[in-house]
Each structure stands twice: as C-alpha cells, then as structure tokens.
Design a protein around this ligand. Structure first.
Ligand code: TRP
Length: 378
C-alpha cells in the first residue's frame, strides 16, 4: 500500500517548522440528499469559509459502513455522492476552490486509521454519546467495532490532509475533540507532524425537525431537502409541528422553542416580518396558517437560487464525476505524503530500510520491491 512512500527521503517527508497553510476538511456520509439541517449546522459555514482555506470535502463512504454496509447501501454511494456534491455546489461552494474526494478511493486513510488507533483507549471512545445514539438508531444490539472506532477514522481523515480547521455540526464536535487529542498525542510521542485542528461550530444551535423533534434527519422523515420543489416545501411547512398548547388563532402562543419560529429565525430574510409575526403570535393575534405561509414563502425565496444553481451544475454532464476523480487523485497524493511522514516520525521506515541494507542481496533503500517485480515482468 505504501511501498512507494518508503522512497521519500526524510527531508522531503519532514519539511520542519514553518507556517502551516490553513486547510479545511469536512464532509458527510453518502446516505442521501442534504437538507436544511445540514445547511444550518455545517453547509453555511463551509460556504462562508471555503475560500479562506485550501478546502477538502470528504465523501465518507467508509464511515457509512459502520452502520450501513449492505451491497445495496454501497451500490447507492455513487448516486448519493453525486447528489451531495450537487447540493454543495448549489448552496455556493465554488468548484474551483473545493477538493471533493471519495474516502474509500484513498486506501492510505485506512493505514492512518490503524496507526492512530494505538493513541486512544476504548473507554475514551465508549464515553462519546453520539456513538451510542448511532448504534441505537441503526438498530444494533451491540456496539460494532468499526462504529466504536468512528471518531478515530474521522481523525484519520482530518490528519491525513493535515487540516487546521474542521467546520462541523453539533453531533460531530466530540469526534473532532478526539482528533485534537490524537494529534497532540502523536506529536508528543513521536515528533510534531500534525497541526492541532480547530473545531468550527455552526452559528445556529441546531435546526429541529418539522415534527418538533430535536433534530432534522433523513431517517426520522422530518426533513426539508435543499432540492425540494416549492409545493413540497409548502406542504411540509403547513404540516409542521408548532406550539401544541395553542388551540386557536386567538390564543396567545409561545415563540421560544417553537420550531416554526426557529425556522423563521434561520431562513426568513425579512426580520421586520418575523418580529411582527412573533409579537402577534404572543398576543394571540395571528393564525398559525399565516405564520406558516410566510415561512414557506421565506424558505422558497432562500431555495430558489440554490435550486437554480443546482440545475445549472446538474446539466453540466460529467462535471461532478470529474470533480470527484480529480479531487480524489489530488487528495491521495497529499495523504501518501502524510503516511510517509508518520511512518518516518514513528521510526517504522527506519526498520525496513535497515533490513534492506542488511539483506543478503543488496537492496537500495530507494528501490521498492514492487519496481523490481514490474521490471521482471517486462
Ligand atoms: N462524521 C461526519 C458525518 O456525520 C462525516 C465525516 C467523516 C467528517 N470524516 C470527516 C466530517 C472529517 C468532518 C471531518 O457524516
């Protein structure tokens, strides 16, 4: 896997101290289209930040395997990844400033995962609540080994490109904390190789589902998707959960914690309209229907340019595939350098180089066995 990386000289592998180019990494598992919850929790930040960094966006299909690993799930990766990249471009990621890559096509990430797994304990991972939730949501009786290691694999992604910033939603914050710990531990135990990545939160706490549950999620069926057409948005908004204590338009209602108003706050570009609705709602002087109609209109105003861009990028045949292939090749080169750097810092390179030097038949340390095999074949 990393035979060729052994040939990288220590000086190239270890450029020494100096300013680190700011680099951002984030992404999603390819399980479906992106929704308003993704936008608020993470996409908005990605768009805002991506031109300030060298920005990498992972299609985390290996992470998907920790809970969904049927042949069908895997066969859907191509379609889902395409939709996700289109959604990302639609909300405003500039393809010229974004490196999209497919995690499973960078096998060195798995090697980094293994090397990092000695730097974290099982009880540390068992204390992370999101993993138990994911196991429960996936209907698992017992914790899958890979799912317990989910944050370590995420650390591998982040450290593989030596990211300095990781913008994520709330459920991923604890995973980035693990990545930070692992980076510090590696640097202390071996040699400073990794910048300690900064966690960047979304600005809105998190968007509830249309059914009033704490979280908008595909599996709960309470999501409004970025690609939902206007009539569908209207339908979902009109069915939204609101203040359950309010029995009629003349009854004073509660704005705080009301999902309809949480969405108004996140998406309505007319603050005076929102303030007026909130005031009349508290006073029992507006019906839910009007509040919801104005919300549906606001969300559709927000989505119109998003869907226009989506259509334009979608019509550009082969664009997404090209972005993913180019981005994956680019990322793989970076990651191969990181693995070489890690193996060198850990002293793993030295062991094999010494064996090559002392072998009965002389082996130049910079000629890998694979090259010799290839020559014999010719
Ligand atoms: N864990 C993320 C999710 O919930 C996906 C992911 C995988 C990721 N690797 C990452 C996010 C690295 C940020 C950085 O889908």
């Amino acid at each position: 896997m990393s035979g060729q990386t052994l040939t990288i000289t220590p000086s190239a592998a270890n450029p020494g101290p100096g300013p680190v180019a700011p680099r951002m990494l984030t992404g999603d598992r390819p399980t479906g289209r992106l929704h308003l919850g993704h936008y608020v929790g993470s996409l908005a930040n990605r768009v805002r930040l991506h031109k300030r960094y060298e920005s990498f966006f992972i299609v985390a299909d290996l992470h998907m395997l920790t809970t969904k690993n049927s042949g069908q799930d895997i066969a859907a990766v191509r379609h889902n990844a395409t939709e996700m990249v289109l959604d990302s471009l639609a909300v405003g990621l500039d393809p010229a400033h974004s490196v999209f890559f497919l995690q499973s096509a960078v096998p060195e990430v798995a090697e980094i995962n293994l090397l990092l797994s000695s730097l974290v304990t099982v009880p540390r991972l068992e204390r992370i609540p999101s993993l138990k939730e994911m196991a429960r949501d996936a209907g698992k009786q017992e914790m899958p080994f890979a799912l317990l290691g989910y944050p370590v694999l995420q650390a591998a992604d982040i450290l593989a490109v030596k990211a300095t910033a990781v913008p994520v939603g709330r459920d991923n914050a604890a995973h980035v904390e693990v990545a930070r710990e692992i980076a510090r531990r590696f640097n202390r135990r071996y040699r400073p190789v990794f910048p300690v990545p900064a966690l960047i939160h979304g600005d809105v706490p998190s968007l509830p589902g249309t059914d009033g549950q704490a979280k908008m999620s595909k599996s709960l069926g309470n999501a409004i998707y970025l690609a939902d057409p206007p009539e569908e948005v209207r339908g979902k908004v009109m069915r939204m959960y609101t203040d359950p204590a309010r029995t009629g338009p003349g009854v004073p209602g509660t704005v705080e914690g009301n999902p309809v108003f949480a969405y108004h706050a996140a998406f309505n570009d007319r603050p005076a309209e929102v303030a007026d609705l909130a005031e009349r709602y508290r006073a029992g002087k507006v019906g839910d229907v009007e509040v919801k109609q104005k919300l549906a209109a606001a969300i559709n105003r927000f989505l119109a340019p998003v869907q226009e861009r989506r259509a334009a990028f979608g019509a550009d045949e082969g664009l997404v595939a090209e972005l993913i292939v180019t981005g994956t090749e680019r990322t793989r080169r970076e990651v191969q350098r990181t693995v070489a750097d890690m193996r060198d810092a850990m002293g793993l390179t030295a062991a094999f180089t010494e064996f090559q030097r002392h072998a009965r038949r002389p082996h130049a340390p910079d000629v890998s066995d694979r090259c010799e095999v290839d020559q014999h074949r010719k």
